[in-house]
Structures are given as C-alpha cells and as structure tokens.
Design a protein around this ligand. Structure first.
Ligand SMILES: O=C(O)CCC(=O)C(=O)O
Ligand SMILES: [Mn+2]
Length: 200
C-alpha cells in the first residue's frame, strides 16, 4: 500500500477495504441509535454544519462555555462503547497499550465543512489523533502548527486513514468541502469522519 506524508500527517489511502468500511458503518449506526447525532453550536452561538456524536468514555461537546470533553451526551446518559472494528484500527496503527477515550463521529451532509482548527482539548499531545474517512470524498486542508501561512489540500476517500501525530499533532487542519454523492457506501450520501483520541 502506498503511504503519503502531508506536512507530517501520515495518510494511508485505501487502508480499509469495502467489507471493513461497511462493517464500521453498521457499528456506527448502532452508536447513533443510542447517542443521536446533534448539531454542535460554536461558542459564538452559530450552528456548525457537521452533525456529531461520540463513542467512548468521553464525547466532544460544544456550547456557550466553549469546547470540551464530557462523559455525557447532551441528551443525558453515557456514550456507547467504541465499536471493536474502530479499536482494532487504533491498536494496529497507534498502540496496543492504551485504547482511545473518545471516538468522535462527524457526519458531513451536502454542503457541510469544517474550518481550520487545531485538536488541542486533549491532555497529552504525545498521543496522535487517528482519523478514519467513510463515504463521500472530503477535501482535507492542512496548514501549519501556528495560525496562518500556506496550506496544502488533499482529497480523502472512503477507507482512507490519517495519523495526525508527532510534530504535526497540533497542525491546523479542516475540511473545505465534500463531493456529495461520490461514494455509494452511505445510502443517503454524505461523509463520516471518525477521530480517535486519548483525552486524559
Ligand atoms: O473530517 C475530517 O477529516 C477531520 C475532522 C476533524 O478534524 C475533527 O473532528 O477534529
Ligand atoms: Mn480536527
């Protein structure tokens, strides 16, 4: 398998075959049945265009008090366990020593995007963030470890996995747009991105 390096991000194109992608989607449907997708609000009070939920000990939530990890879904109650198929990818590519605390699930419908940001709400940046893409193509934009400067872009496709760690752990990144309908994995179209994180 060819592996790409993009400003310190390790990209594994086509890491997951179609059967593994479909099995992951089944597991995620079960997660979303217990912990429904919600529309996060920015601290400025604007609705984000992605819908989110999480699995694991913590989920990522946002609101007027800012972004944080929380042990409860906004609707109350704990988050479902991280599906075994997701944990397997983490154990194979990141570490068999410690599992992630959070698997954040982002759903990008038509027109959804995510602005440039750092993932910095975790306590220990020596753990990478592992990203798994399913469904429609998404245009990843990668910047620098400080705000501003040049950026590079790369289309992520269904089954691609990215390890964001090491010197690139705090590199700015975002998703400019998706190609809605480019994949047949999700019956209704759209893109799912999973990010596994060690939180505390
Ligand atoms: O959707 C993606 O590929 C990236 C998602 C992301 O950066 C995040 O959830 O923090
Ligand atoms: Mn991120």
């Amino acid at each position: 398998m060819t592996e790409l390096e993009l400003r310190g991000f390790r990209i594994l194109p086509g890491y997951l075959d179609g059967a593994r992608q479909a099995a992951l989607v089944d597991g995620l449907r079960a997660v979303a049945a217990k912990a429904p997708l919600f529309t996060p609000m920015t601290p400025m009070g604007r609705a984000m265009s992605v819908r989110m939920t999480s699995a694991g000990r913590y989920g990522w939530v946002s609101g007027s008090s800012g972004y944080r990890y929380d042990a409860a879904h906004p609707g109350g109650g704990p988050w479902p366990d991280i599906p075994g198929g997701v944990l397997q990818i983490w154990r194979d590519l990141v570490s068999a020593r410690r599992d992630p605390d959070c698997c954040l699930i982002n759903y990008y419908g038509e027109g959804a995007r995510m602005g440039l940001h750092q993932d910095r709400d975790e306590a220990d940046f020596s753990w990478p963030v592992l990203s798994i893409s399913l469904g429609d193509d998404g245009l990843l934009r990668v910047g620098n470890t400080a705000r501003g400067g040049s950026t590079v872009s790369h289309w992520l496709r269904s089954g691609d996995v990215v390890v964001m760690g090491g010197d690139a752990r705090l590199t700015y990144h975002g998703v400019d747009r998706i190609r809605f309908g480019s994949s047949s994995l999700l019956s209704g179209g759209g893109r799912i991105n999973l990010t596994c994180r060690v939180v505390d």
